[in-house]
Design a protein around this ligand. Structure first.
Ligand code: BJ8
Length: 430
């Protein structure tokens, strides 16, 4: 990475502590990503993005802000990027996916709390994440209890706007979320000083849909028997989608998809043909949380799909592009976003249907239900999911794990046994 010390200083980064983070990341990434065989050439772009994770993109955001642009940092796939973009702003995902930030989070939060929340808060209050430091405003939401209370604490350090997400999906809830999007629109307008018009909102609805389409194209390439890309690489791409420049991301990911489709034609695969195919479902995996994918793909399995917010929840379903007035556009946005099946909703039958549908679409052999510790919504929902999968004859295993690698050996042993069982199932079916 080039020298960005002056830039980081201007963002009030704790340089000494930040150096510790910069020292570990390249080796961590190298061990997990660069050891993979036969990766697509197009992954070089994403390698570059990670190698410059606190540099190149931060410089771009800094230049944008230097010209008066405003950056909005979100923590959830319910924050409508279309609105931010329509007001001339930029939205970036800020969820913390590293153990590095947890101790700082624990200075102000209880220890027995979800690591994603602790890491996100720790990244801000420790002053070690230039993305947090580049955000002019944070955008929280009332999803799980841990998050909504954490925003009150984060608000002591930086301006935050909280969107009220309904907890049910009745018609009145869709109307309520439409109102929330409208309040968010007013907030974004007041920060950027730009109006959201029906014209620029329509344009940006199309742009964000385009990003969803390219991610869908990437995921479609994972439905075939001979997988042209690893699950680990696909996860990295969706994580990068949350903060990269949207136009460049679409272009680079379309280029990669061209290569993947050519690989499919030539039957080039990164795994052996009989590798058990795994659908992951559960809590989101914020960058650099690559743990579960790495453990699965070094224990004899291949991840073919993620029913998570760093997976299909992020890009499935498009916003209707055919509306020409603000009111109908806001309704269309609410309808699309309220279609996301987060475990924060009750009931949440849609998620069960999604898991079963995706299991079939991606020709999976088994499901790994992955939950971060202290995530009550996802942990409790496991019972309903398991009951439904049992009825369908779909094998599932639950793994609860945080960001540390301490339990890696134990998880690998469990995964190996699970894959052996999946292989036996396949042999019996022949
Ligand atoms: S739409 S999954 S991004 S809320 S893992 S912090 S739920 S205790 S992240 Fe999420 Fe939006 Fe839902 Fe998706 Fe709480 Fe659970 Fe932690 Fe979580």
């Amino acid at each position: 990475m080039a020298d960005y010390k002056e830039l980081w200083k201007s963002l009030d980064i704790d340089l000494e502590k930040h150096d510790e983070l910069c020292e570990v990341l390249p080796e961590f990434y190298g061990d997990i990503y660069m050891t993979q065989k036969n990766r697509p050439e197009g992954m070089n772009y994403y390698n570059f993005v990670v190698s410059e994770i606190h540099g190149f993109r931060i410089k771009e955001l800094n230049e944008f802000r230097g010209k008066g642009g405003k950056v909005f940092g979100g923590f959830c796939v319910f924050v409508p990027d279309e609105v931010t973009l329509a007001a001339g702003g930029v939205g970036i995902g800020l969820c913390g996916g590293s153990d590095f930030w947890v101790p700082d989070g624990e200075k102000v939060l209880p220890r027995n709390m979800c690591p994603l929340i602790k890491a996100s808060v720790g990244a801000k209050i420790g002053g070690t994440c230039p993305y947090f430091q580049s955000a002019d405003m944070l955008v929280g939401e009332t999803t799980c209890d841990g998050k909504k209370k954490a925003w009150e604490i984060l608000g002591e350090y930086t301006p935050i706007h909280v969107m009220d997400l309904p907890q049910m999906k009745r018609e009145k809830d869709i109307e309520n979320f439409k109102d929330e999007i409208n309040i968010f629109r007013e907030k974004v307008e007041s920060i950027t000083g730009n109006k959201v018009t029906a014209e620029n909102l329509k344009e940006n609805i199309k742009l964000v849909n385009k990003k969803r389409k390219v991610l869908q194209r990437l995921y479609n390439a994972r439905k075939v028997q001979n997988l042209p890309i690893s699950g680990k690489d696909a996860l990295l791409i969706s994580q990068i989608a949350f903060y990269d420049d949207i136009e460049r991301f679409i272009e680079k990911t379309n280029e990669l998809c061209d290569e993947l489709e050519a690989r499919i034609e030539k039957n080039i695969s990164v795994f052996d043909e009989d590798t058990p195919r795994i659908l992951i479902t559960g809590t989101p995996m914020a960058i650099p949380n690559w743990k579960m994918h790495h453990l699965i793909e070094t224990s004899g399995g291949a991840v073919v799909c993620e029913e998570t917010c760093t997976g299909t929840k992020y890009f499935e379903r498009f916003v209707d592009e055919d509306n020409d007035d603000l009111d109908s556009q806001l309704k269309a946005l609410s309808e699309r976003y309220m279609g996301i099946n987060c475990a924060c909703f009750s009931p949440n039958e849609g998620r069960i249907k999604d898991i079963i549908r995706l299991y079939k679409e991606y020709n999976a052999d088994g499901v790994v239900y992955n939950s971060l510790p202290f995530c009550h919504t996802y942990a409790v929902e496991y019972k309903k999911v398991k009951d439904a999968l049992d009825k369908e004859g779909i094998p599932v295993m639950m793994i609860e794990s945080d960001y540390s690698m301490q339990d890696a050996g134990q998880i690998k042993t469990r995964l190996e046994a699970f894959f052996e069982m999946l292989n036996m199932n396949k042999e019996l079916a022949l």
